[in-house]
Design a protein around this ligand. Structure first.
Ligand code: NAD
Length: 541
């Protein structure tokens, strides 16, 4: 069965005469520095029939290295024919892939994990080059995705059926079956983690996938796709397409795509959720955020200052779980902000390939301009710029055009100012002061987002009150970025999530499968009749 499938798929690839593009990296050779000036941009391949294929598109978007703003690669807008073929391939491959035994799919998942581990640095290098974050942080990006892939190896347990004898000799069994083709649409800020939030579970549960990486950072996803093929995922099961709205609309509108997992901003996520669900698809949509950290006067100050700096300025604030609002409770904690600013000023802004850098560039110049504008507008509205990262200039000429913004701290921020109301997605921390703990909880609860929140305190009673009363999906006590490991799910809520079932964990498996109940009746009283030997010739047709 497997052999005939593979042979047939290869013949499809051959008859389509796909021209291929090799990956530039390997397990031992991958980006560790910025591309030399004047180098020819790399043409990002698509992934079809387990081949890295060159798109026939006439529209190619530039990919810039955010640290230099040099064009380092191009990514195609996949053509309508390529998009149609990707869904067709995924749909056809589903017929065979869903019948792979769970043990076989688990074996492929184990191999995939092994290959991800071997290629950890390689994928991180691709991320630094295209996305800009520091190498250490990029390794964390890969690790958090790898952990989802590891958890996916538990599929035999996750997919275990339940059964019950519901009447004499009658049994009902409930199994969970895959849906079919699942579309995955990814953002720029976690080029490996987000594709890996969905891909391993989509595949191990027996679905097939059409994945669209962010058009700004497709490189890591291409390596991941190649590793999936090496791990034994058959041709057609995983397809990577590229581009912007046209690609998203194809995934949304094709009736063969049964479910969509989306991670990104509010505008695209709301559109995809509303259109996808109106067309009868399951959609899980992780959106924007504004994450608060509340600090009480009894907190461990040194721990608080360290944790806040990492959570606010790490990844240049381009994390959906970054702390972007500090809520100081009372007068004393207000004084601590000076210490936060003192340490933040020491963070080194620079290239992600420089091991001494703490804060890399933003993804593009527009993000720097927008963040700068929000800081200036909020200053005009009454906020104080305690630490100013505007007009940061790198002293090395190689990076003079990089999209850098230094860590910035605004104090005296209030709801109604842009710095509080908007997701800035940059290394900008807004400080709001309140008099009481209740006011702090009320502030968080009235915010439209509900991705993450943290409380720093040494009081168990305060922590208990906080965890019970806070309206937010991922809650940390003395933990600034409380992203759960994949034995749980990623549980953002309110305006940070649209859908019913969250990413990965039990909810992820439920999202990607549908229940089927089978009720059987085998009368034990008739066992004698069937077991009695018969010596006569059968007479029925
Ligand atoms: P984005 O919404 O601009 O892009 C995400 C994806 O949607 C991309 O693949 C893009 O091509 C596509 N897209 C963009 N605009 C579209 C449109 N109008 N119609 C259809 N498709 C469209 O997001 P981004 O800038 O890449 O990522 C940053 C955002 O993602 C931030 O808001 C961040 O909070 C959010 N994010 C959320 C989570 C989470 O789990 N809640 C995780 C990571 C990032």
């Amino acid at each position: 069965m497997l052999r005939s499938f593979v042979v047939r798929s290869r013949s499809i690839a051959v008859s389509r005469r796909l021209s291929t593009i090799a990956l530039t990296s390997s397990v031992t050779s991958y980006p560790t520095k910025h591309t030399d000036k004047g180098s020819e941009p790399y043409l990002t391949p698509s992934f079809a029939q387990n081949e890295l294929v060159k798109s026939a598109s006439e529209t190619w978007y530039d990919i810039h290295d955010p640290a230099t703003n040099q064009v380092i690669a191009k990514v195609p807008q996949s053509t309508p024919e390529e998009l149609e073929q990707a869904v067709t391939d995924a749909h056809e491959a589903f017929q065979s892939w869903k019948n792979y035994s769970i043990i076989k799919r688990q074996g492929i998942a184990f191999k995939f994990v092994e290959l991800l581990k071997e290629n950890h640095d390689r994928i991180a290098g691709m991320i630094v080059l295209e996305q800009g974050k520091t190498f250490a942080d990029a390794k964390g990006d890969v690790l958090r995705g790898l952990q989802v892939a590891e958890a996916a190896c538990n599929a035999p347990n996750d997919l275990m059926a339940s059964s019950l004898e519901v009447a004499a000799d009658m049994e009902t069994k409930m199994v969970r079956e895959p849906l079919g083709v699942v579309g995955s649409i990814c953002p720029f800020n976690f080029p490996a983690m987000v594709p890996l939030w969905s891909l391993p579970l989509i595949l191990v549960t027996g679905n097939t996938c059409v994945l669209k990486p962010s058009e700004r950072v497709p490189g890591a996803a291409m390596v991941i796709a190649d590793l999936a093929a090496q791990a034994g995922v058959p041709p057609g099961v995983l397809n990577i397409v590229h581009g912007k709205h046209d690609t998203v609309n194809k995934i949304l509108e094709d009736p063969r795509v049964r479910a969509i997992t989306f991670v990104g901003g509010d505008k695209a996520g709301k559109y995809i959720y509303e259109k996808g669900t109106s067309l009868g698809k399951r959609v899980q949509s992780n959106l924007g955020a504004k994450n608060h950290l509340i600090v009480l006067p009894d907190a461990d100050k040194a721990h608080f200052v360290n944790a806040l700096n990492g959570a606010a300025f790490g990844a240049a604030g381009q994390r959906c779980m970054a702390i972007s609002v500090l809520v100081t409770v009372g007068k004393e904690t207000q004084q601590w902000v000076e210490e936060v600013a003192r340490d933040a000023a020491k963070l080194k802004v620079g290239s992600g390939f420089d091991s001494t850098s703490d804060v890399g560039p933003l993804i593009n110049p527009e993000c720097v301009s927008r963040a700068t504008e929000i800081i200036t507008d909020s200053e005009k509205a009454g906020a104080t710029v305690l630490l100013d990262g505007r007009n940061f200039k790198h002293t090395d000429p190689q990076f003079e055009k990089g999209n850098f913004l230094g860590p910035t701290i605004l104090t005296g921020v209030k709801p109604g100012m842009r710095a509080y109301d908007e997701e800035i997605f940059a290394p900008v921390l807004s400080v709001v002061n309140v008099d009481t703990f209740d006011e702090a909880i009320e502030l968080v609860n009235s915010n439209r987002y509900g991705n993450g929140v943290a409380l720093f305190t040494q009081s168990g009673a305060a922590a208990q009150k906080f965890t019970k009363n806070i309206a937010c999906g991922q809650v940390g006590v003395n933990v600034p970025i409380p992203v759960p490991l994949p034995m749980f799910s990623f549980t953002g809520n309110k305006g940070s999530f649209l859908g019913d079932l969250n990413f990965y964990g039990k909810a992820g498996v439920t999202f990607l499968t549908q229940p089927k109940t089978i009720t059987s009746y085998w009368r034990t009283s008739e066992v004698e009749k069937y077991l009695k030997p018969s010596t006569s010739m059968p007479i029925q047709n």
